[in-house]
Ligand binder design. Structure first.
Ligand code: GLN
Ligand code: ZN
Length: 742
């Protein structure tokens, strides 16, 4: 029988007490020097290696640590630092954050996770130059502790395909062959230093790839595999099914291939279909690296048993790096006791991998723990959803529009905002004091009401048409609702890296979702009582509620989305009953959850749209439903925007200068649209003229009765100074263009 071994693909870097954030930010602020930042980093790495090797893993990775981001590290490794950073005092952090007069690299989401990477810039001017110091140094550090590690590198194909071109007609793929030579040199260096195995991550293989890209994959690994003196190579793939790339890799001269059997159990059939990996090692991702659930041992063992016959050697592993989950469940002291046995964070997942390995080698038997499979079901929610089905659709939009116009009496080019107003120090302090118990509920509510009074008065004074309460009571647009819904739990220390030193603590959606009480009605109704203008109610949509949480995996996402939608439907009903006539359901994550493979997208959009409609279709025709998205490039979701059946959609547009209006119209979208006219990501105040010009462009493409005037996004992170000035200019511009079009 094969001897099964164990490993993981990567581990959190941030430290149990967010040490990396603290040290990095202190370094940026000039309070500590580079040496002490390096010391903290080295200590975090040592802790990780100590933990991983004492947990009993057979192979421990290195070079998974990063001071900011592993793609940024790769840019440094291959010397692809763009010219504009050459003069910066610290080019590495300048690429991440910008420097005096120098714009940082763009940042974007790492596949369909909530991690963000820095986008390499490649062009004809790019000259690679190898700097192997980081992987080599980290390997050496671990070796000094007596731990032999496997350095992890971002693979060359993924590096070029994740990059953006610096000139329009340049394809970064052109640089692959040159880059592969650099990797060849690196592998030889590492081999010379005694490195026995290297992991090359190629996550881009989980998305659709062209023939040209697949040919490049074959070339790259044929070349790297042919080096006479090199470490053994593990090509790790994750985040989905790798399709035709599997057969290519199977025939490349690499020793091991990593496949993710959690996000794509179909990788098993694909492997069987090509006759397995004779002569090769299979690193089987059977422990979910990006969700917080305990592994079902029976299922994982069955998968491994099937895989044993499809490879020479089996290595039990995580589906991807554990970077995407919190560090250690043991840090949580106040989790619901029933929930705890269902959870595994990074440290616990390492134990799971080790135990699965032992079980496969016959050294241990794993008995199923009944607590680990308990489901948290709510029969009432299920019965209500069964009875509702898809809900009854609303009347056709044109009919609704007429009724809404008569009821709301809004001018053409109506002005509004996206929901939040600047969160002042006092507001944050009041929330913190309430949590700490130093402010009682009644006093807290008075503070919030005072803040709402202020925000309403300001909006009336500025002359906005549709007002908001300003969201002072919300810490975060998902967490705020998660805290009030049954079926969701919060963690105390469950931090995961979103980008750089920004960490988030996603709530855990563990069971059937229901709404014990109204969540926002109190604040919306109070705000409405202070003005005669309509106040817009503000909710977070079902897709976004899932996208920014850890979500149960015991039923399809679409079923979970329906439960969240039902809770929102009830909330919307209550808002309507409390006299709120316009309700906005934000879905900024609609595009984020789009599956990596084209073939899966239609099914996703179908359930995403259905959930939104279920949430919003219970209202009277006179109630106006708005939605909001934080981007202007809709790409493949453009058709879904209309399908949501919202009366008005607000989107980011300030930077892209209204180009999206043409795209939207071409897609058949014919409802209300609020293209943002103020880029709220910067404190710059847009002039009245500038906004007027944008609006004139918009009026040329959209019926003024359907055109809304608003900023790009919420104002939570802005200051009052620029907020007030910008909103005044916005209202002035709307008034002028309104007069022109009248
Ligand atoms: N209503 C939210 C706000 O204004 C929307 C935030 C978002 O789109 N991300 O803050
Ligand atoms: Zn937004």
């Amino acid at each position: 029988m094969n001897q099964v071994t164990t490993t993981i693909l990567g581990y959190p870097r941030i430290g149990a007490h967010r040490e990396l954030k603290r040290a990095t930010e202190q370094y940026w602020a000039g309070r500590i020097d580079a040496g002490s930042l390096r010391q903290t980093a080295a200590e975090l790495r040592r802790q990780t290696w100590r933990e991983l090797s004492s947990a009993g893993l057979d192979a421990v990775p290195s070079n998974t640590f990063s001071l900011y981001d592993h793609v940024l590290d790769t840019i440094a490794l291959v010397g692809a630092t763009p010219e504009r950073f050459a003069g910066a005092a610290d080019p590495y952090f300048a690429m991440a954050r910008g420097a005096e007069g120098v714009a940082p690299l763009e940042m974007t989401k790492w596949f369909d996770t909530n991690y963000h990477y820095l986008v390499p810039e490649l062009g004809p001017e790019t000259r690679f130059q190898l700097d192997w110091s980081k992987p080599l140094a980290e390997y050496g550090e671990a070796l000094q502790m007596g731990i032999e590690t496997r350095p992890v590198l971002l693979g060359p194909l993924s590096f070029v395909l994740l990059a953006k071109a610096t000139t329009p007609d340049f394809a970064p793929l052109q640089l692959l062959d040159g880059l592969v030579e650099l990797y060849a040199e690196l592998l030889e260096r590492l081999a010379a230093a005694g490195v026995a195995q290297v992991q090359l991550d190629e996550p881009v293989l989980a998305a659709d790839r062209t023939q040209e890209e697949l040919a490049a994959l074959r070339r790259a690994y044929a070349r790297l595999g042919s080096l006479s003196s090199r470490p053994r190579l593990l090509v790790a793939t994750y985040f989905g099914q790798i399709g035709p790339a599997l057969e290519i890799l199977a025939h490349c001269p690499v020793e091991a291939i990593g496949l993710d059997f959690v996000s794509s159990p179909a990788n098993l059939e694909a492997l069987a279909a090509i006759g397995g990996l004779p002569g090769k090692t299979l690193v089987a991702g059977v422990v979910d690296g990006r969700n917080v659930w305990r592994t079902d041992p029976a299922r994982a063992l069955a998968t491994c048993a099937a895989l044993l016959g499809l490879c020479d050697r089996l290595v039990v592993s995580t589906s991807c790096s554990l970077l995407h989950v919190p560090l250690d469940l043991r840090a949580e002291t106040s989790l619901e006791p029933r929930l705890r046995p269902r959870l595994a964070f990074a440290r616990q997942k390492v134990d799971e991998v080790v135990r699965l390995g032992r079980a496969l080698n016959g050294e241990e038997t794993i008995t199923a723990d009944s607590g680990a499979t308990e489901r948290f079901l709510n029969p009432r929610v299920r019965a209500r959803l069964d009875a509702l089905g898809q809900g009854t659709p609303r009347a056709p939009h044109a009919e609704r529009l007429a009724i809404q116009h008569a009821g709301l009496v809004l001018p053409p080019l109506a002005t509004t905002t996206i929901g939040s107003f600047p969160q002042t120090g006092e507001v944050r302090q009041a929330r913190a004091d309430l949590r700490a118990g130093s402010l009682d509920q009644a006093a807290y509510e008075r503070r919030m009401e005072a803040e709402i009074d202020r925000v309403i008065e300001l909006q009336e004074d500025i002359g906005l048409d549709v007002l908001v309460h300003g969201e002072p009571e919300r810490n975060d647009m998902v967490q705020y609702f998660a805290e009030q819904l049954d079926g969701y739990a919060a963690t105390e220390h469950g931090w995961v890296q979103s980008y750089g030193t920004r960490y988030v603590r996603p709530p855990i959606l563990f069971g059937d979702v229901s709404r014990p009480e109204p969540m926002t009605v109190r604040w919306a109704a109070y705000a409405q009582s202070r003005t005669n203008k309509p106040v817009k109610g503000m909710l977070t949509g079902p897709v976004t509620m899932l996208a920014w949480s850890f979500v149960r995996d015991d039923q399809p996402l679409g079923d979970t989305a329906r439960q969240v939608a039902l809770a929102l439907r009830d909330e919307i009903h209550d808002l309507e009953a409390a006299g709120i006539r316009i309700i906005q359901v934000d879905e900024p994550a609609l595009r984020e959850l789009l599956p990596l493979r084209r073939a899966d997208r239609e099914a996703y959009l179908a359930w995403a749209v259905a959930a939104f409609r279920l949430a919003t279709s219970g209202v009277a025709d006179s109630t106006q439903i708005h939605t909001h998205m934080c981007y202007s490039e809709f790409g493949e979701i453009i058709g879904a925007i209309g399908d949501l059946d919202a009366d008005v959609t607000s989107v980011e547009a300030a930077r892209s200068k209204m180009e999206l209006l043409g795209d939207l119209r071409a897609s058949g979208y014919s409802r209300g649209i609020g293209p943002g006219v103020w880029d709220i990501h910067s404190p710059r105040v847009p002039s009245t003229e500038e906004i007027e010009n944008a609006l004139r462009t918009a009026v040329a493409a959209v019926d003024p009765a359907l055109l809304w005037v608003n900023p790009d996004c919420g104002l939570k992170t802005r200051g009052y100074l620029e907020t007030e000035a910008s909103l005044r200019n916005m209202v002035q511009a709307a008034l002028r263009v309104r007069r022109e079009t009248a």
